[in-house]
Design a protein around this ligand. Sequence first.
Ligand SMILES: [Zn+2]
Ligand SMILES: [Zn+2]
Length: 479
Amino acid sequence: MVFPRFALRPCRSNFLKTVASSYSRKDVLGVRQPSTAYLDYVSQHIAEGVAAAEAERRQETAECKADYSHQTEVWQKITDAAENLRPELEDILQDLHAHPEVAFEERYAQSCLVEHLKSHGFHPELGVYGVGTSFRAEFASADFDPQRHRSIAIMAEYDALPGLGHACGHNIIAAVGLGAFISLHQVLSQLSYSGRVILIGTPAEEGHSGKEYMIRGGMLDGVDMAMMVHPFGHDISSHAWVGRRTLQATFRGIAAHASAQPFMGRNALDAASLAYQGMGLLRQQMPPCDRLHAVISEGGRQPSIIPDSATMNIYVRSLHTETLVDLSKRVNDILDGAALMTGTEVEKEWDQHPATLPVRNNAVMAARWARSQARRGRVALPAGVIPDTLAASTDFGNVSQRVPGIHPMIKVSPPDVALHTEAFARWTKSPEATTTAVDGAVGLAEVAADLLFDENFAAAAAQEFEDNGGVMSVAETFG
Ligand SMILES: [Zn+2]
Ligand SMILES: [Zn+2]
């Protein structure tokens, strides 16, 4: 078949147009939303575990009530004191929510909390243990002797998330800490007791390890036990928190013209790419709670130049200190291997921010927390109901590896609202947030009072800590 000549021109022109548009068109296919099938399965599993644990814990609480009847009066006084603080705790958490500040910039929160403490007659110190936005207040019995009597530390966080505000609920943590401390002071000052209670404002938890800096500055010197509570979608007495180390790896190669003399280059981006793939392949061999995330934050400027430098930022997380050390070694090997394969060298800078250690929850203290919450109408789930695979990191881990401690979770939102979301940020200023702050304050104050009054309980908590390895030497573990 012969086409007339005039017919070929428009035809060819259309073809070129099609080719041109296929390369210049911006294809947007749309983000594929992840299936919720696994999350649904996990949620179902949790719901069944919650129901079973609730029934068990209610039974247990009823049975144990009699054992601690002698302390009911102290507990009742603490409850009354915390309830009286309800309007003040609400003011605090709303004020902090309206003025969110990120790590190391918490000046407003520091001054707000310190002013409230002053109004109750305290003289807090500011900028303690090397962190400018921290604070510290304490009270002690007249006979307090650090050699013979216990010192209990209550910790209050108050930093927010960049762009999200109080989406982790640290405004509630601050109100809880203050409420517990002031309630305890009001109650203990009318009783005969021996010991000391310290409130420590601990900034910079999000993305940092503010508490590790403060520990190095002496925060835990003379402290026997420590505690704080974190808002969440469930009440949990012992929740899994993975340790986290940070690593910056910089590959150094040799730049070369990528077309004219590529054989004279040593490609640092190739090394970073191989390391990224290597970490991806390692994931199949990792224990289920280990996490490894990386980004290539710098990998050259021009496609025509073989990159002589590439930088990766990596987070390494694990549920136990020992497994965190293991995973760190595997990552080191991958980076070295990638460098060897590409003829580059790699500089590794571990722990630019101090490592965040896994939380070692003290089961003896956590059980007492659960009882305090049961009397507030809350069922604090034991360890294991929420799968350990749903874990993040907190610098309270660093505290809990030095002294016996608890970091329970207290319910403020429905279970399906995740931390670090706008939805959670709305719950942390809801009416439920105030009740959460009061219940949390009652719980921490009661556990602290029990540690001061109940010798057997305090000895059991200390013994459990020793049985689980005692004070951990971070320097020796991570070199
Ligand atoms: Zn957080
Ligand atoms: Zn948090």
